[in-house]
Design a protein. Structure first.
Length: 191
């Protein structure tokens, strides 16, 4: 084809331009993206079942808990197990997450206490030995002022919560509520 075949037929001040239409494949891709965006929008923006980064993160977190608990098996709510969990940093971190989301409104972020008792001092109202912590968390105390957490947390979760609460003993909270109850002997040493 001669060059003149590509020239458009208008002319301004002696300037003429080539006619170079965008190729067919380019148009095809352009139209395909418009078409794609419609389905993309409907699926991700209007479909309640589409996953989000948040929901995928939550699912991954749940899988990870299951994996960790699965590796531990069923935790018995006895002294030996609670002691063992007090030495398991990973489980203490998981339990701290539970504590921060559920217990701080009454026991404060660092266990110093406000509505609930101070969990960091040497005095306890309902606890004489380590597994009493589990019993209070499971059944509540003082006619439900300290609620029962049986339905919110499964046995493994309550065992590691007991270990976490036990680990708060002897820490220094920002604002400590005055001691309530009686002083009790130190937790037994880890075996
Ligand atoms: C609605 C307020 C409230 C919430 C929420 C709460 N507690 Fe308590 N908790 C209390 C009160 C009040 C007491 C003291 C009960 C008493 O007077 O015998 C207490 C006592 C306790 C005790 C026994 C301490 C002792 O000296 O006998 C433990 C252990 C405990 N709570 C752990 C927890 C954990 C773990 C959570 C979260 C899963 C939690 N609490 C959530 C109010 C609360």
């Amino acid at each position: 084809m001669a060059v003149k075949d590509f020239l458009s037929d208008h002319e301004y001040d002696g300037i003429r331009e080539y006619d170079n239409p965008t190729p067919g494949w380019w148009h095809a891709i352009f139209i395909a993206t418009i078409f794609f965006s419609f389905f993309y929008f409907v699926y991700w923006e209007m479909n309640p079942n589409a996953s989000s980064p948040q929901s995928r993160w939550a699912a991954a977190q749940t899988r990870e808990y299951k994996r960790l608990f699965g590796a531990l098996g069923d935790l018995q709510p006895d002294e030996a197990t609670i002691l063992k969990m007090m030495g398991n940093e990973q489980m203490l971190n998981v339990a701290q997450g539970f504590f921060q989301s559920t217990c701080t409104q009454c026991h404060a972020k660092d266990g110093g206490g406000n509505v609930g008792v101070n969990l960091t001092d040497e005095h306890y109202k309902n606890v004489k030995k380590l597994d009493d912590l589990y019993n209070v968390i499971t059944n509540g105390a003082n006619a439900g002022v300290m609620p029962s957490w049986k339905n919110q947390f499964n046995q493994n979760e309550r065992v590691i919560l007991a270990a976490y609460v036990a680990s708060l003993r002897g820490t220094k909270p920002a604002s400590a509520k005055a001691p309530e109850g009686d002083p009790i002997p130190p937790w037994p040493a880890a075996k």
